[in-house]
Structure formats: structure tokens, C-alpha cells
Design a binder for this molecule. Structure first.
Ligand SMILES: NC(=O)c1ccc[n+]([C@@H]2O[C@H](COP(=O)([O-])OP(=O)(O)OC[C@H]3O[C@@H](n4cnc5c(N)ncnc54)[C@H](O)[C@@H]3O)[C@@H](O)[C@H]2O)c1
Length: 161
């Protein structure tokens, strides 16, 4: 199997740090990008000495120019207390972050995975939700910075590619 160069944004977070470990163990080189908004150095400490792991402190709301084969865009605070702390930054992280990562994927022809959340359905009126269900989201609520940010990325993401 050929070793791939894989970018994981939000790689110092809960899901991202486990994904870093998994993809390195599967024989890949991982570039972990994070601004430590909610993630911590402790999460990636066991990987710091691994020659197949590289860390870059970077905010995904700014463009990133790296050469990679695959992208996992996980950068976004996920818990209400964190994403409501700075709603504008949360929205920028979801929207600008995804646009920057989709642009990078397009430039280097990388496969991209975009994290989403069931919050795109808000308080759904249909159970279980199907892919064509638009959801029932409050655009003015405390959760809107997260829900609407992710909603904008969700249906539109593929149109960038
Ligand atoms: N954990 C869950 O149950 C769950 C459920 C649904 C969706 N998700 C999604 O999965 C992804 C990861 O979730 P998690 O639970 O690991 O959250 P987390 O908060 O532990 O990790 C998010 C990471 O993104 C980083 N980050 C935030 N803003 C950034 C920015 N502007 N630039 C660079 N890095 C930034 C944080 O520092 C953190 O390390 C998120 O996109 C989240 O919305 C998670």
C-alpha cells in the first residue's frame, strides 16, 4: 500500500486525535492542523515523536497551502459551551474553513471528508431523517452559529468541486 500524505484539521481535538493515530497506524503520513481552540497538546502528545506525524498551529479560517493526498476537515468546536462562546468565530470556522479546505482539495486534487452533524436537522419533525429532509432549524437561536454554519457547508460543499 502506498503511504499517503493526509491533512487532518481539528487534529488535536477529540475525534481528530484518534483519527491521527489510526491513519498513522495504517501506514500514512499525517499533517495535523489545529489552533487549539478546544483541542489540546495532550491529545497529540503520544504522536509528537512519531516521524510520520507533523503538527502545524493554524486557523482554518485562513488559507492553507500544503501538498497532500487527502483531507479530513474536522476543525470546529462541537460542544455548545465552546461554539456559543464566540458565535462569529464558530460561523467563520464552519464556512470559511470549509471553503478553504475545499479550495485546497481542488488545487491539489485531494479527496476530502467534511465533518457534519445531526444539528443540520435542528429539532427534526421527521424520524429517522432522510438525506432529502431539509430539517427544522431555528436561525436565530443560540445554536444557530453552529447549526447554520454546518448547514451551509452540508448541501453546498460538493458544488465547489
Ligand atoms: N464529537 C461528536 O459527538 C460530534 C458529533 C457530530 C459532529 N461532530 C463534528 O466532528 C468534528 C470534531 O468534533 P470533536 O468532538 O472532535 O470536537 P473537538 O472540539 O474536540 O475538536 C475540534 C478541533 O477543532 C479545532 N479548531 C476549532 N476551530 C478551529 C480553527 N478555526 N482552526 C483550526 N482548528 C480549529 C479545535 O481546537 C479542536 O481541536 C467537528 O466538526 C464536530 O462538529 C462531532
Amino acid at each position: 500500500m502506498q503511504r499517503k500524505k493526509i491533512l487532518i484539521t481539528g487534529g488535536a481535538g477529540f475525534l481528530g486525535s484518534h483519527l491521527c493515530t489510526r491513519l498513522i497506524n495504517e501506514g500514512n503520513d499525517v499533517l495535523c492542523v489545529d489552533n487549539f481552540y478546544t483541542g489540546t497538546k495532550d491529545n497529540i502528545l503520544p504522536l509528537m515523536d512519531n516521524p510520520h506525524f507533523e503538527f502545524m498551529r493554524h486557523d482554518v479560517t485562513f488559507p492553507l497551502y500544503v501538498e497532500i493526498d487527502e483531507i479530513y476537515n474536522l476543525a470546529c468546536p462541537a460542544s455548545p459551551i465552546h461554539y456559543q462562546f464566540d458565535p462569529v468565530q464558530t460561523t467563520k470556522t464552519s464556512v470559511h474553513g470549509a471553503i478553504n479546505m475545499l479550495g485546497l482539495a481542488k488545487r491539489v486534487k485531494a479527496k476530502i471528508f467534511q465533518a457534519s452533524t445531526s444539528e443540520v436537522y435542528g429539532d427534526p419533525k421527521i424520524h429517522p431523517q432522510t438525506e432529502d429532509y431539509w430539517g427544522h432549524v431555528n436561525p436565530n437561536g443560540l445554536r444557530a452559529c453552529y447549526d447554520e454554519g454546518v448547514r451551509l457547508v452540508w448541501p453546498n460543499a460538493l458544488r465547489f468541486l
